[in-house]
Design a protein around this ligand. Structure first.
Ligand SMILES: *Cc1c(COP(=O)(O)O)cnc(C)c1O
Length: 497
């Protein structure tokens, strides 16, 4: 097994190199040279293992240059009961006849990004060591809220790393800001930028590519890396929970080994649903992969028409982590679907960056229709779904997961398909308390964010995650807010350069 680039099939590097490089120099994304199979016997055996053991077993198929001990070091440090609020790491909840919610939000920041960002720092530092890079890894993150906190929690106090996160001072929720500015860890720094998310992002990009900064890092045995969602080290960990979910359903006798399931995923950057596609092609019996979007429905349109067109209005919704018009990970899917034709990918993604648009071939349209279903749901329907599920099943959904539930209900009604179904739930309702409360109570709450959490606890009966409960009284550690022009100076200062 080796890794190649979606824009140059002749690239041949190890998984450690792919993880350290993050993105290929040709602009493509790294993909494994083959999708490794997993047999039904193997999947059934996973049922008797802990999550960390399941993860190690599956990683061994992708990270073939890692030793068993190296993989175990990564999985044990990431998936344990100090980091996650449940021993099972991901929980499965039976919602209604044959429909299960896969709760991916029991990690330290209450969103599914923890599933990958808890392990990425270990994969990254282990990879660097393996390829004899003897440098401290410096992570710079520009965040619109959730990724920054998840990256901070992942990298905090991981040996051999340092992390700096920049957020738009007026562009994140009070709760998100508190989550970040109270972050523990000796190797972390958090800084507000006077500007919007793009200002933060552009600043980070400029520093990444600044030659003078690069050579200063070099002299001091430091290197930059990124934690963003196109890194293979973020995708691979997401494959695990789909295989694990199937193993759990078999073990709990909800399905028989070999039965097909549907998987529904609330989608933004296409990472989470692509992981489900990999799980299917490894050997998990999947009938349909159902892609759920909010009003930014570029993916629904793509899957139903074969035309990807980002030239459209951008909507700010109550499921903000899905407010995306360029779904980067789609490149990996299309590379696989077009028979690893790198020239074809260069053409489509060249057109995307030039004109914002491309259209796939009839052959790919047919493959998309065979493997995927897609739908979308607006804010009004999202809120109505939260309310309906709350009233009917006493289950409290967050806004993103509610989009998935609604799209699934529509799919089931339209097709009559009653295949057992796993719906990926990507955030705790507490993470989006204001919208969830509004949906349930039918009016905008005038409480502050912490009182909203308390109110939601009264209504839902769900325990408030300790990581959110403690924020109220936790000491603020980072108060810097700087102009965009000062970002470079800030980074150099933090690194004592
Ligand atoms: C990031 C995120 C998503 C979208 O996941 P992708 O992998 O980008 O498709 C959905 N829900 C939540 C809560 C998220 O944080």
């Amino acid at each position: 097994m080796y890794y190649k680039s979606t824009r140059n099939s002749s690239v041949n590097i190890s998984s450690a190199e792919a993880i350290v490089q993050g993105i290929s120099a040709d602009g493509g994304l790294f993909v494994p040279s083959e999708i490794p199979p997993i047999t039904m016997d193997e999947i059934v055996k996973l049922g008797d293992m802990s999550y960390s053991e399941r993860a190690a077993y599956i990683f061994a198929k992708y990270l073939t240059d890692f030793t068993e001990a190296e993989i175990k070091y990564c999985t044990d440090n990431a998936y344990n009961d100090k980091k996650f609020a449940t021993d099972n790491i991901a929980e499965m909840s039976h919602l209604f006849d044959g429909t299960y919610i896969l709760e991916l939000w029991h990690g330290p920041t209450c969103a599914f990004k923890d599933m990958a960002l808890q392990i990425l720092p270990y994969l990254l530092t282990t990879s660097a060591k393996k390829i004899n890079i003897d440098k401290k890894i410096v992570i710079l993150v520009a965040t619109s809220g959730d990724t920054g906190k998840a990256a901070l929690e992942g990298f905090a106090d991981v040996p051999g790393t340092q992390i700096m996160v920049f957020y738009p001072e007026d562009g994140v929720s009070p709760m998100q800001k508190r989550q970040m500015t109270t972050q523990d860890g000796a190797n972390v720094a958090v800084c507000g930028i006077e500007g919007n998310f793009d200002d933060c992002q552009n600043g980070v990009k400029a520093i990444f590519t600044d030659e003078a900064v690069k050579s200063k890092l070099e002299e001091n045995k430091l290197m930059f890396s990124s934690a963003n969602s196109i890194n293979w080290g973020r995708l691979a960990p997401q494959i695990i929970y789909y295989i694990s979910a199937y193993a759990t359903l078999v073990k709990d006798e909800e399905i028989k080994a070999g039965d097909k399931i549907n998987i529904v995923v609330p989608t933004g950057n296409f990472g989470n649903i692509l992981a489900a596609y990999y799980a299917k092609h490894m050997g998990v019996p999947v009938n349909k992969l159902i892609c759920a979007s909010n009003t930014n429905k570029v993916l629904t349109d793509f899957i139903t028409t074969g035309v990807y067109d980002r030239n459209r209005d951008f909507f700010t919704t109550i499921s903000p982590s899905m407010d995306i018009l360029i779904s980067s990970n789609l490149e990996r899917l299309l590379y696989l679907m077009c028979g690893e034709n790198d020239a074809q990918i260069r053409e489509w993604f060249g057109a995307l960056s030039k004109t914002g648009k491309y259209e796939v071939t009839d052959d790919i349209k047919a493959k998309l229709a065979e493997e995927f279903a897609a739908g979308y749901c607006d804010d009004t329907e999202t809120k109505a779904t939260i309310k309906r599920i709350f009233d009917k099943y006493s289950y409290t959904l967050d806004t993103h997961s509610a989009v998935a539930v609604k799209v699934y209900e529509d799919y089931r009604q339209k097709t009559g398909d009653t295949t057992k179904t796993v719906i990926a739930s990507t955030a705790s309702p507490y993470k989006f308390s204001a919208s969830v409360l509004e949906a349930i109570e039918g009016k905008t709450s005038d409480l502050d964010e912490f009182d909203m959490v308390d109110r939601l606890a009264e209504l839902s009966g769900y325990e408030i995650p300790a990581s959110l409960a403690e924020l109220k009284t936790k000491e603020k550690r980072f108060g810097d807010v700087i102009s965009r022009e000062k970002q470079r100076e800030y980074v150099l200062g933090q690194l004592s350069l």
